[in-house]
Design a protein around this ligand. Sequence first.
Ligand code: SAH
Length: 475
Amino acid sequence: MRWFPLFLDLQQRKVVVVGGGLIAERKIDLFQSAGPQIVIIAPRITASLQERVSAKEFQWFEREFEGADVEGAAVVVAATDRGEVNRAVAEAATARGIPVNVVDDLELSTGILPAIVDRSPLVIAVSTEGSAPAFARYVRARIEIAIDESFGDLAQFLRQVRGRIKTRFADLVERRRFYGQLLEGAVPDALRRRRPMEAADAFEQALVAGVAAGGRVDLVGAGPGDPGLLTLNALRALQGADVVLHDRLVSAEVLALARREAELIPVGKAAGYHSVPQEEINALLVRHARAGRRVVRLKGGDPFVFGRGGEELEALVAAGVAYTVVPGVTAAVACGAYAGIPLTHRDHARGVRFVTAHCRTALDGVDWRSLARDGDTLAVYMGVGSVARVEQELLAHGKAGSTPVAFIENGTRVEQRVILGTLAGAAALAQRTSVQSPALLVIGAVAALARDLAWFGAPPIDQDTANAPQARLRA
Ligand code: SAH
């Protein structure tokens, strides 16, 4: 962030606008609701500005700009179509340490006028740091839809009751939870329906009732990485969280959607080692929930697919902690979609089997014969080190060496790579192309369909060309 947002008190302060055209007029409109004394410097101004000058809305100096005009101003705006005048205004203001905005000239500006959503006393300012004002206006329009007029009334309402809430809930954590419940409850709803008396009654009731006791845990699937694949329930849980315990697989973009005040605790698991032991994770979940917090346990993909979500719920049941489960898009489903591999294309597969090959112990109990035999697509959640074993066992149990395979590395993320080959030589291929975790291995005729159906990220790398230098370059 280069441009820092700051809200200025402009009541009765001087704002100098140089220029009297349509753009100047628009800037004046923007400032006017903040109640400053506006001074226009320009040889000519529009007819409607002239009317407003006659109505004493602001002052007009009918002449060219002089450096001393900026004296005593809180903010200066240069909105002329003459470069040399704009430059002179910028220099005069900057020399005196007064913020200046030069329309359409970021170089000369020391301040940016944001797009504003005015629901006073709630005010939202949007800036793209000058890179795309049209986009800022688009974002403002989206916010205006989400933050309707009643939010202004709500902000006003909260201003009035804030002191009482503070007295009633001296403890900060408890107070925050009260606010959380209040804002999800009947008060905003009544204000939206323009029933202020009803809102006041609902508030009094809430204040008496206090904070609902007991925290809870939402076991939430974060999907494979692309935040667009979160469910609305997952988003809701994240935005209401006091604490988020997350795996290493959860992408930064998804974490960024958590409530700002939420405490983020990485309990990352990487293949082969567990950085926080499972019992400790279970204990953390129970402890935070018992302290009355809303805990989100965030897991990559789906929490019940090779995610140990079941074990965590068992611990919660044992401790008597309330919970919900929000499913997520599991890696096999997501990688299939983003690599152009229809997992159960009816010409090529009867079904799909999710298999884990994370470590030796996971592989020891596998019924290789049944995996090798049937016409199901295999979606192998794997530690990269296990490919050789998977290849070897399947071949030894009669799976054809020519069976197509696909590695999908970092599925759904911008760095996604899809590498296509055959079962015979799969491990060597993974090594040659240095496949990294997280990666999913798809085995079956459908894997070859990625050649025609891939649509996301870099085009697939093919076994035959995987030796060639451009294969690495494309990655
Ligand atoms: N619960 C998760 C799986 C956890 S096991 C889910 O439902 O997806 C971790 C394995 O999932 C990784 O080793 C990898 O094989 C796979 N995986 C998870 N995210 C992935 C991604 N974005 N791309 C490819 N594979 C992924």
